[in-house]
Design a protein around this ligand. Sequence first.
Ligand code: ZN
Length: 301
Amino acid sequence: MIAERIAENLYILDTGMFGLDRYDGLYILKAPRVALIETGLSHTVERALEALDELGIRREDVAYLMPTHVHLDHAGGTGHLAEACPNAKVVVHEQGAPHVIDPARLLESVQRAVGPLFPFYGTLQPTPAERVLPVRGGEVFDLGDGYAIEVIAAPGHAPHHVCFFERKERALFTGDAAGIYRPGGGGLLPTTPPPAFHLEQALETLARLKALRPRLLLYTHWGAQTDIELLDRYAHLLQDWVGEIERAKKTLQDDQAVTEYFVQKKTPLLEGHYPEPLLRGEIEMNVQGILLYLKKVRGIT
Ligand SMILES: [Zn+2]
C-alpha cells in the first residue's frame, strides 16, 4: 500500500517532492466524510488518487480538501483533486481562497520566491469558486463517527496559514506552522520563506497550538510525532535563526552578501538535509524570508 497508516483511519502519503523520501506528504482521514489534509503537488495527484483506491475510498465520498495554506507543496493538487472528487469542498483560509480560484498571481509569486527550484513545485489548476469554503479559524467540520476537524488560525509562516485539529484523535495537522521535522534523526528545520514570514505571529501561533494539548503532531514535512515540546523547540529555533541573520545583516549590510554568506557557510541548520543543488535554493529562500521580515516589520534595511 502506498499510503502509510498512522492511526486508525488515518494515513499519510509521501508525495516524493524533490525526489526525497519523507519530505512532503498529505494526510487521508477515512471518516464517513473523508478529508484530505494537504493536497500535495500537482504532479502527485495520480498517486493520491491511487492511494484513495487502495484504501477503498470512493472519490464521491471525499468531502473536504484541506490545504493548510496555498504554497504549492501543500495546495498544488487542489484543482486536480477537486475535479476528480466531485463532492469535495476546498476548505482554505479566506486570504488563500482567491488564489485557489485564480492561481495566476500566486504562481508568479512562487516563481519569485523559489527561483530555480520552481519546476519542482509543479502548478496549480483553478478550482471553481462554488467549490471553495473560505475559513479564518474557529470553524468545525463534522466528518461523522466522532471525527471533527477544527480550523485553527496559524499565521507566521504565511498570514493565510491555518492548522487543522482533529478532536477525536487530538491530532494537530501543523502544515508549516511548526517547522519541518524529518524522521531519521534530521530534527527540526526552519521554514521561513518570503514574502510574508512574521516571527512574532509565528511564536504566538506556536503558543496557541501547544495550548490545544495535541496528542499527535502531524507534520506535512514529515509524519507523526508525539512530543509536543517540539513546538517550544521550534519557537527557540526560529528566534535563534532570526537572530543569526540579523547579526549577519548588521555586519554585511547588503542583502545579497548576507544570503551569499549563509550559502557559502552552508548553514549547519540546513546542510545534510537537502542534496545539492536544492541546498542553495533552500538556504536562499529561508534567509530571504527573514531579511524581508527584518525590513518590513523591524525597519532594518
Ligand atoms: Zn511546506
